[in-house]
Design a protein around this ligand. Structure first.
Ligand code: PRP
Length: 174
């Protein structure tokens, strides 16, 4: 069984939305010392664009998380394969994620980073996909709310290669 791909968000639409997110975040953290913590691997393209859409320089760090049973079902068990490397204590921290699906990854990460005692801790995600949500996590900045679908491109993959596509596609079965 094959799959067709349909463009959901074009390069221009993504660029416009990322610029808006950058402006909004810029307004909310004036004169603050912001750290962006990206969730690898999917976030690397969004985060690269987002930091350049901000009106001030920020520091960046990354985590990588692994959730057992990822795929059609998940056990909800998340563990860290790469942790942050800088001190987040008393810093304003913004978690940056490409897509929120079940919410399990962010629920775990928010709790984990809160233990680093940041001054503030918020979340920015490019895509808020509601279809499989299991845990409600407050999302402070959302690029695109999406009801459902298997999305690839702009960092999102289903077999690695799609990550580098500049647009976001939804895969539809034939
Ligand atoms: C994806 C995505 C999020 C996570 C969201 O990562 O980048 O980190 O899944 O899923 P959840 O809300 O159901 O927890 P993935 O595990 O595919 O890793 P990748 O970013 O390295 O592709």
């Amino acid at each position: 069984m094959g799959a067709q791909k349909r463009c959901l968000f074009s390069r221009d639409e993504i660029a416009r939305r990322v610029a808006e997110l950058g402006e909004g975040i810029g307004r909310d953290y004036p004169g603050r010392d912001l750290v962006l913590v990206g969730v690898l691997k999917g976030v690397f393209i969004f985060m690269a664009d987002l930091v350049r859409a901000l009106p001030f320089p920020v520091e960046v760090d990354f985590v990588r998380l692994c959730s057992y049973g990822a795929g059609t079902t998940t056990s909800g068990e998340v563990h860290i394969t790469k942790d942050v490397e800088m001190s987040l204590r008393d810093r304003d921290v913004l978690i940056v994620e490409d897509i929120v699906d079940t919410g399990l990854t962010l629920a775990f990460l928010k709790q984990h980073l809160a233990s680093h005692q940041p001054r503030s801790l918020k979340i920015c995600c490019l895509i808020d996909k509601q279809e499989r949500r299991e845990v409600e996590v407050p999302l402070d900045y959302i690029g695109f709310p999406v009801e459902q679908g298997f999305l690839v491109g702009y960092g999102l993959d289903c077999g690695e290669g799609e990550r580098t596509w500049p647009e976001i596609f939804v895969l539809e079965r034939d």
